[in-house]
Design a protein around this ligand. Structure first.
Ligand SMILES: [Zn+2]
Length: 165
């Protein structure tokens, strides 16, 4: 396994539509393993293949107790709404407020090509939407209705410290 370099938002690769994965081979397994290692090292919640420069439809999401691999994922169903803060490993140090569905059900293939369904709420649902948009060349900054200013970030940090006391 190896750490891969995470591209940042000025890179044109992040604006391209990714192609479906068609070969469920060792190369895909290596990519997914590398993405897991890269995501863990970056302390993120999700990572899409284009973020490491690979224009294929593959995503890793950290569920907390384990990581899930989503190859060729498609959203089947959404419901509800959540409104909250979002960030991206490709947009370091910037956060924005984005409205997302509170529940998302999707289908995807695993590294062997077998289809499965998975559903998530709250942070997981938010992450599914965010990562799948990467596969179509979109960043959360396009969806954010407000990007936090430096002052708002400072304020937020202070409030978090207060909450922790
Ligand atoms: Zn992202």
């Amino acid at each position: 396994m190896a750490l891969r370099n995470i591209l940042t938002s000025e890179n044109e690769t992040l604006k391209k539509v990714c192609r479906p994965v068609t070969s469920f081979d060792d190369r895909l397994a290596t990519l997914l393993d590398d993405m897991k290692e890269t995501l863990a090292a970056a302390n993120g919640v999700g990572l899409a293949a284009p973020q490491v420069g690979i224009l294929r439809r593959a995503v890793i999401v950290d569920l907390g107790d384990r990581m899930i691999e989503l190859v060729n994922p498609k959203i089947l169903e959404t419901s509800g709404e959540q409104d909250g803060m979002e960030g991206c490993l490709s947009v370091p140090d910037h956060y924005g407020l984005v409205k997302r569905p509170n529940y998302v059900k999707l289908e995807a293939q695993d590294r062997h090509g077998d289809w499965f369904e998975y559903e998530g709420e709250e942070l997981i649902a938010r992450c599914f939407c965010h990562e799948l948009e990467h596969l179509d060349g979109h960043l959360f900054t396009e969806k954010a209705y407000h990007m936090l200013t430096d002052e708002e970030m400072d304020q937020l940090m202070q409030n978090q410290e207060k909450d922790a006391e």
